[in-house]
Structures are given as C-alpha cells and as structure tokens.
Design a protein around this ligand. Structure first.
Ligand SMILES: Cc1cc2nc3c(=O)[nH]c(=O)nc-3n(C[C@H](O)[C@H](O)[C@H](O)COP(=O)(O)OP(=O)(O)OC[C@H]3O[C@@H](n4cnc5c(N)ncnc54)[C@H](O)[C@@H]3O)c2cc1C
Length: 402
C-alpha cells in the first residue's frame, strides 16, 4: 500500500491521526473547512487532562488511564521539541460530590494502590489547601493532571512533521468516493481536493453526512464554557472539578464549565448557560461566583462529537450495507469493512484525554502494527461495535461520568 492518507478534520482527532502517521513517514492531505486547525470543538481556551478511575477498574477507567499516561508523555515530547503547545501540569483536584462519593474515591485508592504521583486521596483539609479555597469534601488528587489549550495541541501536532502534512484549509469536503483502490475527497462543485488509498474521517459529528458513515450513532453535544476574569496569582492555581471544572488563570481568564446538551445546535452564547456554569462553580468552590454576573461573561460554544457509550470510535469503518440486520452479526473481527476507510471520532467530553493514544492506535491499525492497548480495549473502541446484533456488544453503555 502507498503510504498516503487523507484526513478530514483538523481538530484533536484529525491532527493526532495525522501526526502519528506522519511520524511513520506517511504523506498526509489534511482537509479542514475552517481557516485553521482547532476551530471546532477543539477550540476552547483550555480543557482538563485527567483520567477517571473506578472501583471495578472498568474499560472506561483503563482506557482513560492509558490515554492519560500516553497524552502526558506526548505533551512532554512536543514541549521538549520546542513546539508551540500551551498547557500546565498544575495537578487536578477531583472533589467528591458528597460523602458517599468521597468514601468510594477513598476505597478506589485503597484497593488499587496507585503510584502517588498518579493518584492520591486527599481529605477535606488537604483539598482546601490544594485549592486555596474552602471546599465541601475531599477528593482525588492527580498531581500529573492539568489543563491543555486544545487548539495549540492541534497546531503542535501538525507542526511536528510539517513537511509531510499538506493542509487544505477553508475546504469543505462534500463527498467521499472510492475509485478502484483510492478514496477521493471532493468539494461541493465535485472537484477533487485530494485522493489516497486511505481516508480518515475525523470531522466530528458531521462525519454522518457521508453515506458510508451514516450508520454510526454519532451525535453532537453542545457545550458552553464561561470565561471568568482572573488575576494571575488568584486561587485556584490548580484545576478543580466537581461535576464541572474550573481552571487556573490563563492569560487573565479562567475557564469554568461546561454545559452539556445533546442535539442542541444553538451556536450563540446563552446567559442561562453562563448562570448554569456559575452554579456549578459554586458547587466546586462555595461562594466563588459572588460578584460575577452571567450577563457580563464571555465564553465559547462547541459541539462535542458523542457516541452513545461515551467511548471513542477508533478503527476501520464497517460496511453497514453488507451486514444483514435480520441475522446475528459476525464477530467484530469478521465484520465486513470498507477498504481503506477509517474513523477517529466520538471523543465526547474527553478529547484532550483520548486524542494522542487514539492517534497512535489508529496508526497501528492502519499499518498492521501491534496496538498499544489490550485486545479487549481495542474492541471496546472499534466503530464496528454498533453493528453487532444478537451478540454481546463490546461497547456496552457506561454511565456518563462527566
Ligand atoms: C465546552 C467544551 C468543554 C470541553 N472540555 C473538555 C475537557 O475539559 N477535557 C477534555 O478532554 N475534553 C473536553 N472537551 C471535549 C473535546 O474538546 C472534544 O472531544 C474534541 O475537541 C473533539 O475533537 P474532534 O477533532 O473530534 O472534533 P473537532 O475539534 O470539532 O474537529 C472536527 C473538525 O472537522 C471539521 N469538519 C467538519 N466537517 C468537515 C468537512 N465536511 N470538511 C472539512 N472539514 C470538516 C470541523 O471544522 C472541525 O475543525 C470539551 C468540549 C467542549 C465543547
């Protein structure tokens, strides 16, 4: 196979896939309808990087742990290479919702004995000291977590192997077609933007506009984040989460959020959503929103590409037309696939966490290298899982633990 791929979408998903393939010497045609990378869901000022442990160490917990560790190493590599990445390894304090949750968090740490530089349980007083603000409960402390400017991560990914990545900005792909052994990406006039043996769909929930991917249960989840004016040395200097999050001050602003509404396509900021974010903020840091007026806040709206089981979709696109809906489907590894068509998508509320490992996994699946995850976890993110019928599905619905 010629080592040439088209990637549609220059957000966290597309830039990560492009970076991992270019690192292997592949030539990439990257097509993005916006004028720059990281203008879609990946365009927030900052988002949170942290894993999500669970008592039973379920697939989400194992996947977020592996992804957190891989992403942390990737960020360090990009920084060491002098690339223009903006992030802060400030630590993340994930406060318990209530006493019961605090005791579960504590049991997780006691049962799993994680390394102290990965996860510790801190009591309420320790949490108060870390946040430099009174808090209602103790919680998980991830010393290696922090905030990341996602658009800067997209740019750094693309700059790392810039000679191998040809970017077509301001270009919307209207159609994808397969001719002989090549995929073509065409614009609305039918003109060919690029062609290659491999095509990667990394264009968020718009992926479903292409008939080959229309069977995927991708949805868009609107999220609004609020920007709070912040003095540089004000508290907290770490990320604090509790059914929402607040970041340290970044260029005079602190991000607080975020709302979450499925199939809500309002692109404009809403005062009511700022009010919701301020209420979340007060739940995290009691009294913090005093003096902040929702109608005076700035912010940003984005649309997260969401899968029903909250796990990402990474791998070869199944040939839905070749699967008989009336019969039990074959196992995942025998599901018919569309040759050369791949997906990296469904990142939901965790794109910063998933992206680097997702890009590496996809590159391994395309090139036939050993994947960086156990087989069960590779199956759990296989986009074919949604076509399995009459069998236990790999990606069973998990609770939404934002
Ligand atoms: C408010 C909010 C808060 C969040 N907070 C966090 C957080 O704290 N931590 C975390 O890990 N994650 C967070 N996320 C989630 C994370 O930002 C997303 O999961 C991630 O950005 C998704 O990346 P993506 O590349 O799949 O999508 P996108 O960034 O949307 O990229 C898709 C790209 O495809 C392009 N495109 C679409 N259709 C076409 C076409 N036909 N032709 C060409 N280009 C096309 C779009 O313009 C876009 O740039 C948050 C998201 C939101 C909205």
């Amino acid at each position: 196979m010629r080592r040439h791929a088209i990637v549609i979408g220059a957000g966290l998903a597309g830039s990560s896939a492009a970076e991992r393939l270019a690192a292997r010497g592949w030539a990439i045609a990257l097509i993005e309808r916006a004028q720059a990378p990281g203008e879609g869901a990946s365009g927030n000022l900052a988002g949170v990087l942290r894993p999500l442990p669970s008592l039973d160490d379920n697939r989400l917990a194992r996947l977020t742990r592996a992804s957190f560790q891989y992403t942390s190493a990737h960020l360090a590599t990009l920084t060491a290479a002098g690339l223009p990445l903006r992030w802060g390894r400030t630590g993340v304090l994930h406060l318990a919702r209530d006493e019961r949750h605090a005791s579960t968090q504590q049991r997780v740490v006691e049962a799993q004995q994680p390394a102290a530089d990965y996860l510790r349980f801190v009591d309420r007083e320790q949490a108060r000291q870390l946040a430099d603000w009174p808090v209602a409960n103790g919680g998980w402390w991830f010393p290696g977590g922090g905030w990341v400017d996602p658009a800067s991560l997209c740019r750094a990914n693309l700059e790392r192997h810039a000679a191998l990545i040809t970017a077509h900005y301001g270009c919307r792909v209207a159609r994808i077609e397969r001719h002989a052994d090549r995929w073509c990406a065409c614009d609305a006039a039918g003109d060919r933007i690029a062609e290659a043996p491999v095509l990667i769909l990394a264009n968020g929930s718009a992926t479903r506009d292409f008939p080959a991917a229309a069977h995927l249960p991708l949805r868009a989840a609107r999220g609004q984040v609020s920007h709070l004016p912040a003095e540089a040395v004000s508290a907290p200097a770490i990320v604090v989460c509790r059914l929402g999050y607040v970041t340290p001050a970044i260029d005079g602003l602190r991000c607080a959020g975020a709302t979450f509404a499925v199939d809500d396509d309002e692109a404009a900021l809403r005062v009511a959503d700022h009010a919701e974010n301020l209420a979340k903020l007060d739940f995290i840091l009691p009294g913090y929103s005093r003096g902040l007026r929702p109608e005076a806040l700035a912010g940003r709206v984005g649309f997260r590409p969401l899968s029903p089981d909250r796990l990402p979709m990474i791998g070869a696109v199944a040939d839905a037309g070749a699967v008989d809906p009336g019969r039990p489907s074959p196992p995942l590894d025998q599901l018919p696939r569309l040759p050369g068509l791949y997906l990296i998508n469904g990142f939901g509320a965790r794109g910063i966490v998933w992206s680097a490992l997702a890009g590496e996994l996809l590159a391994c699946l395309i090139t036939g290298e050993a994947p960086p995850l156990a087989g069960e976890l590779v199956d759990a993110v296989d986009p074919g899982r949604f076509l399995l019928r009459g069998r236990r599905r790999s990606g069973l619905r998990l609770p939404d633990e934002r």
